[in-house]
Write a new protein. Structure first.
Length: 416
């Protein structure tokens, strides 16, 4: 998208000095490219978009239009999926905590719950016993060592007693159908994807040797890097895989495995990306509201915060563009090193370190790659969150996807 000062001023006149900008076409392209990469090796691959990464309804609705599934981990996200028009049979409910009523509604409507624990499974069986005529479709979330140095707390340890007990409970309940297996690991490097694929293929083989029921789906979860410019890529300590590389180490072995075992059917392969689709599909724009020197260090204060662009501990200098102010009276000096501080009272609230170049009060700093976890994890600390905008280039007007939050949005639940 072409970001010019007149465009930013037009949006600011309606939304304030800080706002998020959606690049919907970039999101669409990411979805299409990732799908194509995996289907090159395994035709029955479908994306189940990770709502928790960025549940802006505009993105969730687009995934549905493009034929993807909704992967939700909360009652709230389940309701988002329903409100943007996702049919229940296209929703997968994951996560360690699930609202029993939401699980029941989804299951009775043909959706899938991936049980994370015996607690989940016992709740499912209670529903099955109350509705014996209903066929409930479920999966099991599997946990095994992918050699990433992390003891994952999610899912059933496939070498443990709970996993065997889960299989026994399912077998004892005639209207609970185990139709899928699922895993998810946080590490995004290619070695972890090699190991998770090998691990899941072993789980599938062990499962199919003890049952005659074919699997309808297998999910390899999410945890993928997306496209990123070189300036950001260079800040990572591991190589950043392409969509094609992920597909080669995951979809290709998956296809080879089932080609050698045709008697086990051809289940749908699911991947659950969030960051890979959303990260570079959102920008954050914040205006420079002050510039000062503190003991020899130049600090520019922005009408934004690190919590607007990356609330997680994995903070890096994101790619930025400084768009000059339209106020020609401002002194636009060239600086050797400027740190961009946020509006909060936290000392560590810096959005960017060591900017080199011209800068003036009133300039807009545009941060790229802020679409993952930014909007959804922004705390209501100091200021409510900002507007989310999609620029309508054809009509030269902003389309408000989410209005700027105000006092009543945060405090109407309190008793004054």
């Amino acid at each position: 998208m072409n970001i010019t000062r007149p465009v930013l001023d037009k949006i600011a006149s309606e939304c304030g000095h800080s706002f998020y900008l959606l690049d919907v076409e970039r999101f669409r392209l990411n979805f299409t490219r990732l799908t194509t990469a995996f289907r090159t090796y395994y035709k029955k691959t479908t994306i189940a978009y990770s709502y928790k990464t960025n549940y802006i309804p505009r993105f969730c609705g687009l995934v549905n239009e493009l034929g993807g599934y909704a992967e939700v981990v909360s009652d709230m996200e389940y309701q988002i999926a329903r409100k943007v028009g996702v049919e229940r049979n296209r929703i997968f409910y994951n996560g360690p905590y699930k609202n029993p009523l939401a699980m029941e509604e989804l299951l009775l409507g043909g959706g899938v719950v991936n049980a994370d624990s015996l607690t989940d499974l016992k709740s499912i069986i209670e529903t099955a016993n109350r509705f014996p005529a209903q066929r409930l479709r479920i999966g099991l979330r599997c946990n095994f060592d992918v050699e990433d140095g992390v003891l994952s707390r999610f899912g059933f340890d496939v070498g443990g007693e709970d996993y065997l007990e889960a299989k026994r409970l399912i077998a004892s309940c005639p209207n609970v159908m185990l139709i899928g297996l699922h895993c998810h690991f946080a590490a995004r490097n290619i070695e972890t994807w090699i190991n998770r694929t090998k691990g899941m293929l072993q789980v599938i083989e062990d499962h199919m040797q003890t049952t005659s029921s074919p699997l309808e789906y297998v999910s390899l979860g999410g945890g993928m890097y997306g496209d990123m410019p070189d300036v950001l890529r260079a800040q990572f300590s591991v190589p950043i895989p392409s969509f094609e590389q992920y597909a080669e180490v995951a979809a290709k072995p998956f296809a080879d495995f089932f080609a050698k075992n045709p008697h086990w059917g051809e289940p749908e392969l699911l991947v659950e990306p969030g960051t890979a689709l959303a990260a570079d599909s959102v920008k954050f724009v914040a205006q420079v509201i002050g510039i000062k020197c503190v003991r020899g260090k130049t600090i520019a204060t922005l009408a934004g915060s690190i919590y607007n662009i990356n609330p997680t501990p994995n903070r890096k200098n994101l790619p930025i563009t400084v768009v000059p102010t339209s106020d020609m009276t401002q002194d636009r000096s060239i600086f050797d090193s400027v740190d961009f501080g946020g509006y909060t009272c936290i000392e560590s609230d810096y959005l960017y370190k060591n900017y080199h170049g011209p800068l003036a009060i009133g300039d807009c700093v545009v941060f790229d790659d802020v679409g993952a976890y930014s909007v959804v994890m922004k705390p209501p600390f100091i200021l409510p969150n900002f507007a989310v905008v999609e620029w309508d280039a054809e009509n030269s007007v902003p389309k408000i996807v989410k209005r700027r939050e105000v006092f009543d949005d945060l405090f109407h639940t309190y008793a004054f």
